[in-house]
Design a protein around this ligand. Structure first.
Ligand code: FCB
Length: 453
C-alpha cells in the first residue's frame, strides 16, 4: 500500500546532544552525568565517551546543510542540559543558549521546523549531589532549565519535548545501572521515574506561559505480545505492558498510575509508593499537546517464576528478521501500536524515534549501500501509512538517527544513521537509505516510490 501524508506533516530525523556534539569542555559547559559515567571502567563498550561523538557542536552548520539537502522539514535535537545550567541550579550559561539559538535560526532559515528535546539524559552532574532524579528537587531544577531555554527560544520553537523515554531513564539509569548515573535499585528507579514525569508537568507549565508552543514527552513504547496462547503468558504480556507502557501513558493521559502496576511495585518493594504524593498525578495530567512515540521493536513475553518480576522477555520464536543489534524488525507491531494509542489515548502522535542498527560502511566507490535500512524504512513507512489510513492521528515521523553517533553504553559500534560518520575525520556520507528517505519525504509518503529504486 502506498500513502501520502498531509502537507504540514513533520518529516525529519532525530539526534541528541550528548550522542552527537562532542566539544564537552567548551563555552562554559558543566559536567553531565554521562561524562562521569563514561569514565567508569567497563561502562562503555570499547571504552569510548562523548568527547568527540559526531563533532556536531562544531559542525552544526554542516548538519543543517545536510538536513536541507535531504529535503527534511523537521529536525529533532536536544539541548545539552549542562551547557545551559553548568551548576545544575542558578547560573545560566549564555554561550550555551547562543549555540542553540544559532542552530534554531539556521534551521528556520532553511524552512526546517525545530523539534527541541530538553532532557535527553544528560543531566548536570551537580544535581547528583542530591541524588539526581531520585531527589524531588530535580523537578524544580528541570523547571529552571526549561525557563532558561524557553526564555531564549520559545518565540521561535513550536515543538517541545520535555523528557525523552522516562522508562529507559528509570530502567537503565536507576534500576540496572547500565546508563548514567549507574544506580541499581528498584525502589530508586520507581522514585526517579515518577520525578521525571513530574518534571514533564513542571516543564509543560513553564512552556504554556509561552503562547504557540506545543509540549509532549517522548516515550519508549514496546508492544508486548505473549509467547504462547496460555493464560500465564497472556498475564505476563499484560504485566510487561504495564511496566513499560501504561505506567507512563496513563498518568500523562490523566488516568493516574495504573492500579495493577502500583500493586505490583508495592508488593515487589514491600512498601507504599509514598513518593507519589497527593496532587502529583494531577500535576502530570493534561499537560501533553502530543505524545512522542519512540518505536524500535516489540517484546515477546512469558511467565516467570514468582519474584519481583513475574514476567520475562523470551523473544520471538523461529527465524525472524533482525537488525545488526539483534532487535526483531517488527513493522506490523508499529502499525498496531499507533492504532492502539489512537484508540486508547487522547493524544495526537508524533513518531519521535524509529530506526535500526545496520553496520554498512562506504564501499570502494564511497557509496553506502545499506539495503537493509532501506527495507526497514519502507516497511515502517508502509506500517505508519496503514495506521494513518485506519484513522491514527500521526503528525510527524522523525527517523533515528540523522547521523551515526555515540550509542550510550554500546559506544560507537551500532550505526543508526541515515548519514555515515567517519569518526576520525568527522566526514559525513549520505547513505543510500538517506537518499531513499529524501525521496519519500519529497513525495510525502511511499506514493510513487517504486520498489527497486
Ligand atoms: C533510544 C534513545 C536514543 C537512541 C536510540 C537508539 O532509546 O532515545 O537516544 O539511543 O534509542
Amino acid at each position: 500500500m502506498t500513502f501520502r501524508c498531509p502537507p504540514d506533516f513533520l518529516w525529519g530525523a532525530a539526534t541528541s546532544a550528548y550522542q552527537i556534539e562532542g566539544s564537552l569542555d567548551v563555552d562554559g559547559r558543566g559536567e553531565s552525568v554521562w561524562d562521569v559515567f563514561a569514565r567508569r571502567p567497563g561502562a562503555i563498550e570499547g571504552g569510548g565517551d562523548g568527547s568527540l561523538a559526531s563533532d556536531s557542536y562544531r559542525r552544526w552548520a554542516d548538519d543543517v546543510e545536510l538536513i536541507a539537502s535531504l529535503s527534511l522539514n523537521a529536525y529533532r535535537f536536544s539541548v545539552g542540559w549542562s551547557r545551559i545550567m553548568p551548576d545544575g541550579r542558578g547560573r545560566v550559561e549564555p554561550r550555551g543558549l547562543d549555540h542553540y539559538e544559532r542552530l534554531v535560526d539556521a534551521l528556520l532559515a532553511c524552512g526546517v521546523t525545530p523539534v527541541l528535546t530538553l532532557n535527553h539524559w544528560d543531566m548536570p552532574q551537580a544535581l547528583m549531589a542530591d541524588g539526581g532524579w531520585i531527589a524531588r528537587s530535580c523537578v524544580d531544577a528541570f523547571a529552571e532549565f526549561t525557563t532558561a531555554v524557553a526564555g531564549r527560544l520559545a518565540d521561535r520553537v513550536e515543538w517541545w519535548i520535555t523528557q525523552n523515554e522516562p522508562w529507559i531513564i528509570a530502567l537503565l539509569g536507576y534500576q540496572l545501572g547500565l546508563h548514567a548515573p549507574g544506580v541499581r535499585d528498584l525502589g530508586a528507579s520507581v522514585t526517579a521515574g515518577h520525578h521525571v514525569l513530574l518534571a514533564h508537568g513542571a516543564g509543560a507549565d513553564v512552556l504554556r506561559q509561552h503562547p504557540g508552543t506545543r509540549v509532549g514527552a517522548a516515550l519508549s513504547l514496546f508492544p508486548c505480545d505473549p509467547a504462547t496462547p496460555s493464560d500465564e503468558d497472556a498475564a505476563a504480556a499484560v504485566g510487561s505492558d504495564g511496566y513499560v507502557n501504561r505506567w507512563y501513558l496513563d498518568p500523562l493521559a490523566g488516568r493516574g498510575y495504573p492500579t495493577d502496576m502500583r500493586e505490583h511495585y508495592e508488593r515487589a518493594l514491600g512498601r507504599e509508593l509514598s513518593e507519589i504524593r497527593d496532587g502529583d498525578e494531577d500535576a502530570i495530567a493534561g499537560r501533553s499537546d502530543f505524545l512522542g512515540v519512540n518505536y524500535y521493536t516489540r517484546r515477546v513475553m512469558a511467565a516467570a517464576p514468582p519474584g519481583p518480576f513475574p514476567w520475562r522477555v523470551v523473544g520471538p520464536s523461529g527465524d525472524v528478521a533482525r537488525t545488526d543489534e539483534g532487535w526483531e524488525i517488527a513493522p506490523d507491531s508499529f502499525r498496531d501500536l499507533l492504532l492502539r494509542l489512537h484508540r486508547d489515548y487522547p493524544f495526537p502522535l508524533v513518531v519521535t524515534e524509529n530506526g535500526g542498527v545496520f553496520g554498512d560502511a562506504p564501499l570502494h566507490d564511497g557509496r553506502v549501500r545499506d539495503v537493509r535500512r532501506q527495507a526497514f524504512l519502507r516497511a515502517h513507512m508502509r506500517a505508519m501509512g496503514e495506521a494513518m489510513a485506519a484513522g491514527a492521528d500521526v503528525r510527524g515521523y522523525l527517523h533515528w538517527s540523522l547521523l551515526d553517533n555515540f550509542e550510550w553504553s554500546l559506544g560507537y559500534r551500532p550505526r543508526f544513521g541515515l548519514v555515515h560518520v567517519d569518526y576520525p575525520t568527522g566526514r559525513r556520507t549520505v547513505k543510500d537509505s538517506g537518499r531513499l528517505y529524501a525521496r519519500i519525504v519529497a513525495a510525502g509518503g511511499l506514493d510513487g516510490i517504486e520498489e527497486d529504486a
